[in-house]
Design a protein. Structure first.
Length: 119
């Protein structure tokens, strides 16, 4: 029995201009990475499931023309590509949300500390 090879994708979502206080002739985008198909990840954002707030509120559609064309075989490489993609788009004049190249994970100690400091 063969083991399924996990693929990671970098995706770009065009956002409504209202997503940013700044104005750009190029537009406003969100850059993310996922092990899901980009279309499925975008649908999850739009439904509010594990969603980036900016995408959930202001997402228009995917921009595959701005994203890398191929998948990555490790999350490490997809995170690097996510960061590179965000930097490239910023340098081209887009306003970019996301794209830090840092996985979003909250451990229980951080979550507990956050709750305790809020009162």
């Amino acid at each position: 029995m063969s083991k399924r090879i996990r693929e990671w994708w970098v995706y770009v979502v065009e956002l409504e201009p209202e997503a940013s206080r700044r104005v750009s002739a190029k537009g406003v985008v969100y850059v993310g990475e996922t092990s899901l198909l980009s279309e499925l990840r975008f649908a999850k954002h739009m439904s509010g499931h594990k969603a980036a707030r900016k995408v959930h509120q202001y997402g228009r559609h995917l921009r595959p023309d701005l994203a890398p064309k191929s998948a990555f075989l490790s999350r490490e490489n997809s995170l690097k590509a996510e960061r590179r993609t965000a930097t490239r788009l910023r340098n081209q004049g887009y306003i970019v949300f996301g794209g830090q190249g840092i996985p979003f994970m909250v451990d229980s100690a951080t979550l507990l500390a956050s709750k305790l400091t809020r009162g």
